[in-house]
Design a protein. Structure first.
Length: 172
């Protein structure tokens, strides 16, 4: 005799749980208003790099994406990141959400190398876009732009040449 899903468990008075109705929907966040000067903020981190991102709606029709660093003067993202991979990472959230020509973006980065800084800029821009418009969160999350990559360099241990590398063993 086939049993239905909603039949009670033989050892309990509670009915068995029903099958889920469909995919779980995330509740939309409330939009975070811009600060007094019209900026939306987002902070991104990757390895030891930190990027503080400020975005403002472009009023004059000339969008800009400027990167500041303690070691270099302010320059456009195309000049700051030499590698095509890093440039693509930095602007990926804007391309996915079709907002590339909508904002003036200023990024302050420090720490890490160029690849870590590009990953930090990606996360910071994605968070700032989410603060600007919470309906963009689905597209950003589906592409993995709102997930913090927690991988860090493992520390060196005493008595070893590196984190895992041992000193050469000599039998005699």
């Amino acid at each position: 005799m086939p049993e239905s899903i909603a039949t009670p468990h033989p050892l309990s008075n509670m009915p068995a749980p029903a099958a889920p109705a469909g995919p779980i929907q995330r509740k939309l966040r409330n939009a975070i208003p811009a600060d007094k000067k019209g900026w939306w903020w987002g902070t991104g981190r990757r390895k030891t790099a930190v990027a503080r991102v400020r975005m403002k709606l472009c009023k004059d029709g000339k969008p800009s994406f400027i990167v500041n660093s303690p070691s270099k003067e302010a320059m456009p993202v195309e000049k700051y990141f030499n590698e095509e991979r890093d440039r693509n990472d930095a602007v990926a959230p804007l391309k996915v959400t079709n907002t590339f020509d909508k904002f003036n973006i200023v990024v302050q980065v420090h720490g890490g190398g160029f690849m870590g800084q590009a990953g930090a800029v990606l996360l910071g821009v994605a968070r700032a876009l989410r603060n600007y418009d919470p309906t963009l969160e689905g597209a950003l999350r589906d592409n993995g732009f709102l997930t913090r990559d927690a991988r860090e360099v493992e520390r060196k241990k005493y008595g070893q040449a590196g984190a895992r590398r041992r000193f050469q063993f000599s039998k005699r």
